[in-house]
Design a protein around this ligand. Structure first.
Ligand SMILES: Nc1ncnc2c1ncn2[C@@H]1O[C@H](COP(=O)(O)OP(=O)(O)O)[C@@H](O)[C@H]1O
Ligand SMILES: [Mg+2]
Length: 345
């Protein structure tokens, strides 16, 4: 199995390029999935993505393999973890427990924790290649830091106590029913209400098999992400930001020991230009196009000079004549991913 992780700032076409990368692998006969965070409406429609659905097969004609798409959905991921890791007899009790929904929506960093859980779930579903489109920001790599911090923290003993009812009770001093313990208990009850305290204890006793396995799964997944035989990180950018973005992301990835294989410069204006403006096209429009094309070529040259030694390849994708709006646009982008374009200025 292979994992491809696309990182990049917002609006550079990261989601579109990630989907095109998955499509290209599907065209080569693989069963691929693109896991996206924030698809633009048109792309979402093209891929048939809906909230609450774990994954969706994208209908394609003339393709040997399979393309699947999924949204990163915290609730659906957590539900799936419960179905997979909790005792069969406890699953419905957990899913219907009043505390359960509030965990997903109230815990800070749940999105990051669940992204890693999601990768683990997809790994078990038999995909040959999973392409992950990370959140659109320079902080996207937090996705991979938080689960490790969480795993370390939950192994530290400070958090383990909440994983079992009796340990939770013990931590509150309830097992040695001394005077002070009773005071703690009644204080907790007076603040939270007796029903609430019982409800929390009850919930943790059901949920602990799911939470307990989490740190191991997170650690395994992160070590898979660090393994160059499994994972390749790719920086997606546009000409105007390419040198800055590459510098930032290659550095951040290196610090985290993640293998980087590609810089993908999207939306380049490198189309052939005629010698003179065709009938009806003002000459200054052609001059403007050429000036932009020139600046893109210069950016790509600088990128090559600075970073060619740090990655397997630098790939250039052209601006399409329209928005990425359907599977056909992804086919155009995928075609360019398949062509060995090494633009030289
Ligand atoms: N090569 C391209 N040519 C034309 N438009 C593009 C190209 N790549 C992306 N776009 C457009 O750019 C916008 C942002 O794309 P998207 O993939 O959602 O970017 P991101 O995930 O980086 O925010 C969308 O409107 C999309 O249609
Ligand atoms: Mg996006």
């Amino acid at each position: 199995m292979k994992i491809t992780v696309c990182v990049g700032t917002g609006g550079v076409g990261k989601t579109s390029v990630a989907a095109a990368m998955a499509l290209k692998e599907a065209q080569a006969g693989e069963k691929c999935l693109v896991l996206t965070t924030d698809p633009a409406l048109r792309l979402r429609t093209a891929l048939g993505l809906k909230d609450g659905l774990l994954e969706q097969r994208v209908p394609l004609s003339d393709t040997k393999g399979e393309l699947w798409a999924a949204l990163m959905d915290v609730n659906a991921t957590l539900d799936d973890a419960v179905r997979f890791h909790a005792k069969t007899s406890d699953q419905e009790k957990i899913l219907n427990h009043p505390i359960y929904r509030s965990i997903a929506s109230s815990m800070a960093g749940m999105q990051e924790l669940m992204s890693i859980e999601r990768i683990d779930q997809l790994r078990r579903r038999g995909f040959d290649n999973i392409v992950i489109d990370t959140a659109p920001s320079r902080h996207a790599l937090d996705t991979f830091d938080k689960p490790v911090l969480f795993a370390d923290f939950s192994d530290s003993g400070k958090v383990r106590f909440v994983s079992r009812t009796y340990k939770f009770a013990e931590a509150l001093g309830l097992t040695t029913i001394g005077r002070s313990a009773l005071e703690v208990y009644s204080r907790a009850e007076s603040i939270l209400g007796a029903g609430m305290v019982r409800s929390i204890l009850d919930f943790y006793s059901l949920f602990h098999p799911v939470a307990e396995g989490y740190s191991d799964r997170a650690r395994n997944t992160v070590s898979m992400l660090r393994d160059p035989a499994v994972t390749e990180f790719r920086v997606v950018t546009i000409p105007g930001k390419a040198v800055r973005d590459a510098g930032f992301f290659l550095d951040a990835l290196k610090q985290r020991r993640f293998p980087t294989g590609m810089i993908c410069v999207n939306r380049t204006w490198l189309h052939d230009t005629p010698d003179s403006a065709p009938e009806g096209l003002p000459t200054r429009l052609l001059d403007w196009y050429r000036a932009v094309k020139n600046s893109h070529l210069l950016a790509i040259r600088e990128l090559n000079e600075k970073f060619a030694g740090d990655v397997r390849e630098i790939r250039v994708l052209r601006e399409l004549d329209r928005d990425v709006e359907g599977v056909q646009s992804l086919v155009y982008l995928a075609e360019q991913l398949g062509m060995p374009i090494r633009a030289t200025a």
